[in-house]
Unconditional design. Structure first.
Lengths: 196, 196, 196, 196
């Protein structure tokens, strides 16, 4: 039950974060197709952030599935993750309204990097509390994707001063890499169940 | 439980989408009845979108009732549907603030069309995973309403350049058609239960 | 479970409606105590609406407790109630920003009246579906408060052109009358349980 | 179940309050690093309030764990707490946008003080209804932290006219003091379970 309320709260925050992002797409004053043109970068940023938040919700969901007891540190590590994700609408808006200017791209990557680190901390806390024989420990394994993501974010941040599109490519690459739901946990869960 | 969290998240997003739409009804500066007059198209668009989102919540609710296992593709098809629905407040605001100008009507219909397609994809994925003998497959049957809606949306989009009200009529027609809750699923569920 | 999702969705909408109302309390530009003065009517309206929405949530909670099966009409009657409640932030903002001008007071009362009617419809639908021997039917009884409220709202609307404060008194009176949680349902529920 | 809906509603309100606070971090017009500089106090206030709301959610969660029956007074005491917490985004925004001006610091402390009092009332009502032998009564004990907090808030409010940073220190001190989750309830719960 403790876990239920943590999940409900996280779902609530993620649902609101994902939805208030749409408030950044301000209704234009004109009523012609041309009036929508300045919104294109805003909508593109919205799509990218929507996918990122979807991935986080999805993986959070799978990870929490393996948690048996919510301790104080897990609770705060979760809030820490939600903190960084709550800043996504701000950086999405800044990036979109400034047509992917270098500095806005760098901050966007920076927030994603911090969220990835927060996720990593949360994941490790859960593994630690449930032991290396726990479902999550087995499922995560060497955590290739989790270790590659921060590197790609840093490359994205570094390259935004060369060209915004190279930077965007790195961010899209990470999203694509994670878009596939975390089969590892699903598979490990199924194996566990078939053994018992 | 997996399903519970998907439903909770979808409910959260839909509840927020339906409620932030009201933020588009901006408080007028004057305090006379006449000051409310420019808000009439905004309120009318709000009512139409409120009904549409109510229908989606309602049918989503019935459809999810038949789901036994949430797979990765179902999860993403659901997020895809929520993406299009999350754009409803934007198009509602644009349409309302521009007094149902043709282009705003077309975009409104376009977003509804995309949401309908997303719903169709989600529905087919669920049917596919649960087999043609599943409850949803039986309940949906030939899916007359599901196939007619996109056609009506396209007619609505096409006719907005002739007259905004013809276009509005098509959108209202689709809403009325769906306003009746999906008895098919309810009935099929009851039949299933009475057999077992 | 059907009922659970209806409750969750209603809770979501009410929680958002109650919270976005606070967005109408705009952060003032100055940083002195005097800069807060123009906000007094806005905060007073916020308090009144907060109490009203609290009452609705509270009574909705008690009423839903007695529901056994959610039918299509109940679902739509519930959405109809949520529609009128979703307009509360708008009328609260309008009333507060215009220092309780007569017309804004009238519209505030009008929305409360519509919400009361929507609540009445929902209540009657539930009673109808569960029979006059159902818990809600017994608990509501002659529904004195439910019948008095619309009259007081109408008096409030009518009197706002004489004096805004008389009108406000009527609205506060209704709130006070309902502030006491619906003991009738609680008592009837307990009686039912003690019999079984 | 009654309790479940109270928790769900509180979670919803807290999740929304925590998330709409981010709307106060307005997207700047420029796209240089320097354009973010005026946002520093806004972000700092956001972090402090995020931690405070996290603490409230956390402790609310633990406290509700010990509740067996939700009575009318508990329900309203809970709404009273949510009322003061719903004003946190407003005072956070005012404080941040005015670079921690004395009066804004005082109001921030005032709202925190009122929330602390509301929490105290709620806690006492729960203890009263469940008896001094209840889990919460044992866990809270002499309630040292609960009694110290209001004093620190008052000191914070008083000192803001001397120096904003002294005031800020008091507020940060209270947050740090509470950041440690309420082990007392956790421990008492475990003891209770080990006895049974």
């Amino acid at each position: 039950m403790q876990k239920g309320r943590l999940e409900a709260f996280s779902d609530g925050v993620l649902a609101i974060v994902i939805t208030i992002m749409v408030l950044e797409i301000k209704v234009p004053h004109g009523h012609e197709l041309a009036d929508l043109k300045p919104l294109i970068p805003v909508v593109l940023s919205y799509i990218l952030s929507f996918i990122y938040l979807g991935i986080y919700w999805n993986n959070h969901h799978h990870m929490m599935h393996t948690v048996k007891r919510v301790s104080g540190p897990i609770l705060w590590a979760n809030l820490h993750l939600l903190f960084w994700l709550s800043l996504v609408p701000f950086v999405t808006g800044w990036m979109g309204e400034n047509n992917f200017a270098p500095m806005t791209m760098a901050l966007y990557g920076g927030i994603l990097l911090m969220a990835a680190i927060a996720y990593f901390i949360l994941q490790n806390l859960i593994i630690q509390e449930h032991g290396t024989e726990g479902i999550l420990a087995k499922a995560v394994g060497s955590d290739f994707k989790g270790k590659l993501s921060p590197i790609l974010y840093i490359l994205g941040i570094a390259s935004c001063w060369i060209n915004s599109w190279i930077s965007a490519l790195f961010y899209i690459l990470v999203a694509l890499m994670w878009l596939i739901p975390d089969k590892r946990i699903e598979r490990t869960l199924e194996e566990e169940e078939s053994i018992n």
